[in-house]
Design a protein around this ligand. Structure first.
Ligand code: PMP
Length: 430
């Protein structure tokens, strides 16, 4: 029967719907599935796109300047590779470092060094007092984990379609001088896919804040388009300099979802003062990054156009998977008013809001039926989604047929969880 939103059903009809969802769920659970929608990893056929890396750079080991890359040194990273990503990130090559495998490591180390030593412009180390970060939500759990590990207080801020809610950010910055940082995934945010508008970016670099306030500008998905609709690249460093706060943004990125997450290159960019500070800190940690891996990446990607062409191959694999998410949610959830989800134009995730109070139960039911989903709450600081509504969908890793089966099963679990939740709210605990 053409469905009515669950919330509009009278209690008898809701009980009947719940019984149907329970039967569908029991049939699902009997299938003994073993599927995984948890982490945002590239699929094996995406990794295959970069298999040339396994053979590169052949017998070559010199950069364009003739430097022997087998040896120590070159702390800033290979100039040819920095030039390729400087273009995509709109950071001058001289202010962009190419480092080791993981941008998360760089973010982590920057925070630890800020705690121990302070950042340029700061009067004392962050560790000398209680400090806080703003966390647009829903957001990336590994960002939050760094702060949680080091006792940095996380303050959630709503993330709108065009970026963090600026009136909220402004009010918090005015009221609370413990705020020294903010997590930002400005392009195809994890998990909603939100893209920050230029107006929002202008506000973020301009709002009055402490001199040691830093935007952790994690541009992990800047080249990861899923459609022809491309956001206009935003020069965050230029806008920050214009606003008189050149040191505010620290730009991060990596090739994790361009080539191999297990053998890629991370980047960090910023003002000259920030770069000098980073290089000084790094000099104690390392006598230089893996420049042979960086050379491999230069040979594979060639230049900015080569990078863009490579990303188109990823898109060809990913687009049908994101279409499957939209299609299955539209068919299974929409008729029951069972959720709201994003249709990102790039990146790795879809953000799904189910009915308030039903997310944790839905994830639990899915897991019991053999479908692993990112824990409910993971997209919020301390794992605490106050509405218990948000679920992060990571559609990239499974094969398309497995993805469809997993999404369909997840919808079955969601509808059962929602009908249970609504019945419980109406005091019906049969
Ligand atoms: N930032 C964001 C927003 C991410 O989604 C991810 C991976 N899921 C990372 C950083 C991790 O990057 P890396 O592999 O360079 O550590």
């Amino acid at each position: 029967s053409p469905a009515v939103p669950l919330t509009d059903l009278d209690t008898d009809s809701l009980r009947a719907a719940n019984a149907r969802f329970q039967a569908a769920y029991d049939a699902l659970a009997a299938q003994g599935l073993k599927l995984d929608l948890t982490r945002g990893k590239p699929s094996a056929d995406q990794l295959d796109l970069s298999n040339e890396l396994l053979r590169l750079p052949g017998d070559e080991y010199r950069d364009a300047a003739g430097t022997d890359l087998r040896n120590y040194g070159g702390a800033l990273g290979l100039p040819e590779l920095r030039a390729i990503f400087a273009d995509a990130l709109l950071v001058p090559p001289a202010q962009l470092l190419a480092l080791g495998n993981a941008s998360l490591t760089v973010m982590h180390d920057v925070i630890v060094q800020a705690i121990l030593h302070g950042v340029p412009g700061g009067e004392r180390p962050w560790g000398a007092r209680t400090v806080s970060f703003l966390a647009p939500v829903p957001g990336y759990d590994r960002h939050f984990s760094i702060c949680e590990r080091y006792g940095i207080r996380l303050i959630p801020v709503p993330l709108n379609d065009d970026g963090p809610d600026i009136p909220t950010v402004r009010a918090l910055l005015e009221a609370d001088d413990s705020i020294v940082g903010m997590w930002c995934v400005p392009v195809y945010s994890n998990p909603s896919g939100a893209v920050y508008s230029k107006e929002v970016v202008r506000e973020l670099v301009s709002l009055p804040a402490a001199p040691d306030f830093r935007l952790f500008w994690d541009n992990a998905y800047v080249v990861h388009h899923l459609t022809d609709e491309r956001p206009t690249p935003i020069d965050v460093l230029g806008l920050a300099a214009e606003a008189g706060n050149p040191d505010r943004p620290l730009v991060f990125a990596s090739t994790s979802k361009v080539t191999f997450p297990g053998a890629g290159v991370a980047f960090v960019g910023g003002s000259q003062a920030n770069i000098d500070w980073l290089v000084r800190n790094m000099a104690v940690q390392s006598i230089g990054p893996d420049k042979i891996n960086q050379l491999r990446h230069v040979r594979l990607l060639q230049d900015a156009d080569g990078l863009a062409a490579h990303m188109e191959k990823h898109r060809a694999i990913l687009e049908p998977k994101f279409q499957a998410v939209s299609e299955i949610f539209e068919n299974r959830l929409a008729p029951h008013g069972g959720g709201r989800w994003t249709a990102p134009l790039g990146g790795y995730f879809v953000s799904l809001d189910v009915l308030d109070g039903a997310a944790e139960r839905a994830v639990q039911l899915a897991a019991a039926a053999g479908i692993a989903v990112t824990p409910a709450g993971a997209t919020f600081p301390y794992g605490d989604d106050p509405r218990d509504a948000n679920i992060r969908i990571a559609p990239t890793f499974p094969r398309l047929d497995e993805l469809r089966t997993a999404l369909d099963g997840l919808c079955t679990a969601i509808l059962l969880a929602e009908s249970e939740t609504l019945l419980a709210q109406r005091g019906d605990s049969e």
